[in-house]
Design a protein around this ligand. Sequence first.
Ligand SMILES: [Mg+2]
Length: 647
Amino acid sequence: MSQDAKQLDFLKQKIECEKTARIKAEHQLELKSRELHKANQQLTTSSQNLDQVVTQYKVQLQETHQLAEKATIDLKESLDRLKLIIQASGATTWEWNIHDNSFSCTGTIEGQLARKIKEITCYDHFIDMLHGDDKSHVEQSFSNHLVSGTPIDLECRFLNKQGKYRWFHMVGQKAINRGNNTARMVGSFVDIHDRWESEKTIKKMAHFDTLTNIPNRSFFNKFINDTIATAQLNKAFFALLLIDLNDFKIINDRYGHQIGDALLVNVATVLKSHIKGYDQVARIGGDEFALVLNNIPANGQLDNLCNMLINACGTPVDIAGNKLSSNLSIGIARYPKDGESAERLLRCADMAMYAAKQSKVSGSTFANYHRDMDEEHTRKRSLRDEIESALKEQQFHLEFQPCVEISTGICHSCEALLRWPQMPNNATIQNIIEVAEESGLILPLGKWIIDQACRFVAELEAQNMPQKIGINLSAIQFQHQDLEEIFNSAIKKYQIDPRHLQVEVTENLFLGNMEHAIAILEKLGQLGIEIYIDDFGTGYSSLKYLQMLPIDWVKIDKTFIDGLGVKDENLQIIQAVIKMTHSMGRRVVAEGVESATQYQLLHNIGCNVAQGYHMTPALPGTDCIKWIRANHPFNSNEFIAAHKVSV
Ligand SMILES: [Mg+2]
């Protein structure tokens, strides 16, 4: 082979090799290109994912930012509110750095204690502001809190710039730092001085009577117990005086409460001026006062002192242009002779005071406790309880005793009389009335009697028997009840004619406040109710009073009638009473007429009406109606013949 052919062959082979190499390279290139494309695709996907994540984070970040902003605003608002609350509460907040002993307060202290914040820069300054009596208490409280966590919650006094102490309420607690150590204590105090002063006033009010400014019952109860304890130790004696103002309600009713109050103040002042040393005076009720007198002789008389009190209170004083004085009933009990406990002494003094009131002829009086009073007191208390139960259980009823016109024999009226079938054996209706008056039970009882009497009037009116029914009234009812209103409502309730009602009052009614009694009687009279003076001749008044009183009838007491026909003197007295009563335009009833002789004699001397067993005893309602029908008119002669009695 030629050189050229060899060279050509070589070139062909070389070309062939290069061709193969190029194909191989192109193949490799294509493979790489594909890988690159794939990688590119993955990169694109990753990039997209990353974008999404970034977007999500951006949103979350934005939301977190918004929440943070809101939280910042909320926190600011909370802080503002807290500041307002602290400001409004007037509290001063404080902080004590325990390590360096520095102390700081908020600006409110300037208003509360008139002190600059810079004046209180250390714990000692703070403690120095405290009242001497409060320092150890506050420091002990701080110390206890640091040791055992006992809360700091106390009241203490701080000195203000004007040199006066004011009361504060302080709270505080320790604050823990990052190293879990107690580095600070924080708290606040608030001015409670005004409240504290009010509480002091309230405490005073609880023990002092605001009207008279002397101790009240609560204080007195404690005082008397303390006095007993001291007297036991020292073997000493003392006296307890209970003082009640007689007819004080009348003063109140007549002049008004302001003047009544002024009179009570006057009595308190008088009593206070008569005590000395460890003696004590107190107002223990509306018009009730008590005195404890120490250092008295064992059985020493207190007459002089009582008389001095009575005279001093009885001296008229000018109250708003009225000359007024007070009448006293004084009861005296002595320690230890009459009792050794407060309860017993008070009861003894009360019994004695009650006895003094009962023995009152007029004006003031006093009585010493005596053992006999116990028995009487027990008996009356038991009777009072029985009356109260009887009222609740409706055990009472009324009977009616006809009164006859002597000249015609016609039944003029009937007196309503209280009856109690279950009445204790040792009691009388008179006792019942007395105890009811003393205990105040006469008020419900009297009201019930008025109601029942009006009910009977209605029954009589329904049967076309227009009889007058007489109702006995107690002086107590005049003092404590609105009788006009009670009568008006009963009249309305039963739809009765008030002219069919009578009221009977005793002369004692006018011993109290005559003007008050007259005013009420006039009101009842204006309703059409007739007024009787009952038991005439047994009281304290006399015929001359009759002229002044708005009465229609005089009822001569049974004691005068009893002697009629026996003693000439009685006949003369009755005749004189009838004559004078008639001359004043009033008429006369004789009660307790038990014989035909008495009836005839009364007829002879011109007595208008007779009441008594000669006609009939008191009868239950239905029997009374029967009696009136059967005795229309009552014929004394027939009665005499029927009962075979002689004139
Ligand atoms: Mg009577």
